[in-house]
Design a binder for this molecule. Structure first.
Ligand code: PMP
Length: 389
């Protein structure tokens, strides 16, 4: 006997998003038998040159969306690799000039663990603490700068709280100090306009699957790539300007650039849509149960919210909702551990608020009816749990 398994509604879009049909179509066309099967590095024949042209067009497209040169875009397997390459690549190539790095306690593990790996190699790292609102104070960045500081790495939008850093002011401060600035823009790229022409960011990491592109695709922007020394992490055939060897995944690169193009073409409409979704969702919840929002809502991305519900633990709530709504209590890479969120802890959140925190993500593909249904499922789950208590 076959049983029909219904999927829960998906609201964990900070973890990953569903691929857009337009992106999938382009990727399938690229992968199909009459698609683009040459190796983009095999320039001696037509199929290779055709693939190289597709990669070049994607690079140009990414550059146009970000306000930079095509030669400043380096394709990677995602933001984890881009973060590793930016931080390790710069640190190892400039170790003679300085051995100090600055980052924050609320960065993604791909930044934090990279910094820890560098500490084991003799680098000194300052981990800044955010304020209760969830962002890093400019004054703290200023005070942490030293004469031997090589690089500051701060994220654009936090993946657990949605809180956005005051990047323009930080970027100016760091540029004036003559220090390199790396930004993990995984939760921002595609969703918010990032104009690299007007903000002095030196390195920027992007992940395609956070804005309806494929998993396993991303890029690293490197300002003045020809002049900035970076030590590669992967050696081999010398692809990607000798900084990232390995045959280029043409279809993934096509997926990334198509996702970016699509996101940019509908950015404002998507933005206002998720603003509305989030506000309907929170209103519906607040009418029926007591919730607390973490981080300052005025600096928060409309794509994400982190809340605690009085007297309810996140694990129990997520379990209650298992068949109805997929939400999470933190970053996918750190869940599976029973530890509470290091991001919220760094913000000074503790007790029930900390152990009850869940994040809910909104996307262009949700409708108002979806968010109202999800809110109702949450309210019912909370009421069931309260009755059991
Ligand atoms: N940084 C942040 C802020 C993220 O949210 C993620 C995805 N969890 C990453 C980096 C890693 O991105 P990827 O999955 O492309 O390696």
């Amino acid at each position: 006997m076959s049983s029909v398994v219904t999927q829960p509604m998906y609201f964990d879009t900070a973890s990953t998003t569903q691929i857009a049909q337009e992106v999938l179509d382009e990727m399938v066309a690229c992968l199909s038998s009459n698609g683009c099967h040459g190796n983009p590095s095999s320039l001696m024949h037509q199929p290779g040159r055709a693939a190289a042209a597709v990669v070049a067009a994607a690079r140009k497209q990414m550059a146009a969306e970000l306000g930079c040169e095509a030669g400043e875009i380096l394709f990677t397997s995602g933001a984890t690799e881009a973060n590793n390459l930016a931080i390790q690549g710069v640190a190892l190539a400039h170790a003679e000039q300085g051995r100090h790095l600055i980052t924050s306690k609320i960065e993604h593990k791909s930044v934090l663990e990279t910094c820890q790996a560098l500490e084991r190699q003799g680098f000194d790292v300052t981990y800044l603490t955010p304020n209760r609102a969830g962002w890093i104070e400019l004054e703290d960045v200023k005070n942490a700068l030293r004469t031997d500081t090589l690089l500051v790495s701060l994220m654009h939008t936090n993946n657990e709280t949605g809180i956005q850093q005051p990047l323009e002011a930080v970027a100016d401060l760091i540029a004036n100090a003559g220090v390199l600035f790396h930004v993990d823009a995984s939760q921002a790229a595609g969703k918010f306009r990032i104009d690299l022409n007007s903000i002095p960011i030196d390195l920027l990491s992007i992940s395609a699957h956070k804005f309806h592109g494929p998993k396993g695709a991303g890029c690293l922007f490197i300002r003045n790539r020809r002049r900035l020394k970076i030590q590669p992490l992967v050696f081999g055939g010398g692809q990607e300007f000798g900084l990232r060897s390995g045959t280029l995944a043409t279809h993934q690169i096509v997926g990334l650039s198509e996702a970016m193009h699509l996101a940019a073409s509908r950015r404002d409409a998507d933005f206002f849509h998720v603003v509305e979704l989030k506000s309907f969702f929170l209103e519906r919840l607040a009418m029926q149960i007591k919730i607390k929002i973490h981080g300052d809502p005025r600096c928060c991305s409309p794509y994400l919210v982190n809340i605690s519900i009085a007297g309810i633990s996140s694990d129990a709530l997520i379990n209650q909702l298992l068949n109805d709504v997929a939400i999470s209590s933190g970053a996918a890479c750190s869940s599976g551990t029973i530890d509470s969120s290091y991001v919220l802890r760094a913000m000074g959140i503790d007790g029930d608020d900390l152990y009850g925190a869940v994040r809910i993500g909104f996307s262009r593909y949700h409708t108002i009816s979806d968010v109202l249904k999800a809110a109702q499922h949450i309210v019912s789950a909370v009421h069931r749990m309260q009755e059991l208590d």
